[in-house]
Ligand binder design. Structure first.
Ligand SMILES: [Fe+2]
Length: 424
């Protein structure tokens, strides 16, 4: 029987379909462009290849096409009846995810990954910053991610994908040295892995290596297709570093060419969060942001996320609405906040509302409540520095500079040498 690169058996008798499937999986776990086409090519080589349809469903989901994902998933399920146990379980677990049954999917994925740890298409769903653990909204989710990838470690050896995911788990729990070792190992095996290059950028961020990070990422991005899943977000990293170095022309160029609605080809979740984030990080640095920019991202957020429920999006949307002066949209987020991090979303929504009114004391009070465990809203440490620096700004506005400096040194020591907020 044919197997994939991780030795999982594949129910296809076509060597060509198998090879194309393996390539498609590698493309997906590298966050490469044209993931869907990869799985479609495998299907074209064997129209009865159930796992290729399941892969297509996942690729479509990651590309922001939930309807297409469900269509492909239905075909996979129809084909799954006579499959061996592991493949049939793979399709069942994937279907829970594709149909949006997240609680069930999470439990089923953990059980499947424990039984078949090298079934990478299932195992990867819980890894990374936007995975099911990352977005669980639960206290301790960063430690849980490290525990999860640690449980996979004995089964993956020197695999480039696994090393990159494990590196990120270490990095986000503050174990920067170990994270650096692992990401360098991963990139040495496969340099053109966007997930790994993105994590390398986080290593540079978490070690305060702004110039080295910029040089690495700008060079890496040159050969990355604009349609790649992480293109917009990696451009956000470059923009942030340009801002930090005072090169605002470069910052706006990166933003206007790669990050904002209408130009970015990535997912709406990245477009909303990265745009709102860079606009406010720019304001915090004393840069003037045109009101039309806030209006654009506020409108986009309402269009693509009419309902609350993803805390990480909701907080950034609340920021955009507050800065755009859309009090109805802001109030809607505060009053309808849903999911395990709803309490934090409410606090941040009120904080940004108060900031927009220049009510710095009230904003400080709401941010202080939310600061204890803002990891629950999701996102990386680098992304959540937006929240840290928002609090510093409200303190500076109240002539509490000493407190702001102490807070930065205490909570983000590696960034203490930088000046993330104007007037610090
Ligand atoms: Fe990032």
């Amino acid at each position: 029987m044919l197997t994939d690169r991780y030795d999982n058996k594949l129910s296809t008798s076509s060597q060509t379909a198998r090879d194309l499937y393996v390539k498609a999986v590698d493309r997906l776990i590298s966050a490469d462009a044209y993931m869907e086409q990869g799985f479609q090519a495998a299907i074209d080589a064997d129209a009865g290849f159930a796992l290729a349809y399941s892969g297509l469903a996942r690729a479509r989901q990651l590309s922001g096409n939930p309807t297409g994902a469900r269509d492909a998933m239905r075909v996979a399920q129809e084909l799954s009846e006579k499959l061996p146990t592991q493949e049939s379980a793979h399709i069942h677990v994937m279907s829970l995810l594709i149909y949006g049954k997240m609680q069930e999917a999470y439990k089923a994925i953990r059980a499947h990954a424990a039984q078949y740890p090298r079934d990478v298409m299932i195992a990867q769903i819980c890894t990374s910053v936007f995975g099911l653990i990352g977005f669980s909204g639960q206290p301790g989710r960063e430690a849980e991610l490290l525990a999860y990838t640690t449980s996979l470690a004995p089964h993956y050896g020197n695999d480039w994908w696994f090393l990159s995911m494990h590196a990120f788990s270490y990095l986000e729990t503050g174990q920067t040295t170990r994270g650096t070792e692992l990401i360098d190992q991963s990139l040495a095996i496969r340099p053109r892995n966007a997930n790994a290059a993105h994590i390398k950028a986080h290593v540079h961020y978490e070690t305060g290596e702004t110039k080295a990070g910029t040089a690495y990422l700008e060079n890496w991005l040159r050969d990355y297709d604009r349609a790649g899943l992480l293109h917009g977000h990696m451009s956000w990293h470059v923009a942030l570093w340009a801002l930090e170095q005072g090169d605002t022309d470069r910052m706006w160029q990166m933003v206007d060419d790669n990050v904002i609605p209408g130009v970015a080809l990535g997912l709406p979740i990245n477009i909303v969060t990265d745009t709102a984030s860079i606009l406010y990080r720019a304001e915090l640095m004393g840069e003037t942001v045109a009101p039309e920019r806030w209006a654009q991202i506020s409108t986009y957020a309402k269009q693509f996320f009419p309902k609350t429920g993803i805390g990480f999006v909701d907080v950034h949307a609340a920021l955009a609405h507050a800065m755009a002066g859309d009090s109805d949209a802001l109030e809607n987020i505060r009053t309808t906040a849903a999911g395990p991090a709803a309490d934090l979303v409410g606090e941040f929504a009120q904080a940004y509302g108060a900031i927009a009114q220049q009510n710095w004391a009230e904003a400080t009070a709401h941010l202080t409540v939310a600061m204890a465990d803002h990891a629950r809203i999701g996102g990386s440490r680098a992304q959540r520095d937006l929240l840290e620096y928002s609090l510093l700004q409200t303190l500076l506005k109240q002539d509490r500079a000493d407190e702001a400096k102490r807070l930065l040194a205490l909570r983000r020591p590696v960034q203490a040498g930088t000046h993330p907020v104007h007037g610090m």
